[in-house]
Design a protein around this ligand. Structure first.
Ligand SMILES: [Zn+2]
Length: 77
């Protein structure tokens, strides 16, 4: 059985090989590499996600508008 270390970020246990010790204001904690990488990328990912959401929302709004006004769609052809 492999060692498992408590990850303060996920509040669960991960295999020791995935854990890194980090310094926090409250002292040393163990945190998994996945959560560390996720934190480093979170801003870029959030921006990309936000951009996709905006695009989706615009598409959805247009579809709603078209379905609410069927005549608009026939004029566009
Ligand atoms: Zn974790």
């Amino acid at each position: 059985m492999e060692d498992r270390i408590y990850c303060y970020h996920c509040m669960t246990y991960h295999p020791a090989g995935q854990m890194r010790r980090v310094d926090t204001p409250r002292g040393e904690r163990w945190r998994c590499i996945r959560s560390i990488a996720g934190a480093a990328n979170s801003t870029a990912e959030r921006d990309a996600f936000g951009g996709r959401q905006t695009e989706l929302n615009r598409l959805r709004a247009r579809q709603l508008q078209e379905s609410a006004n069927p005549r608009l769609r026939s004029f566009s052809y």
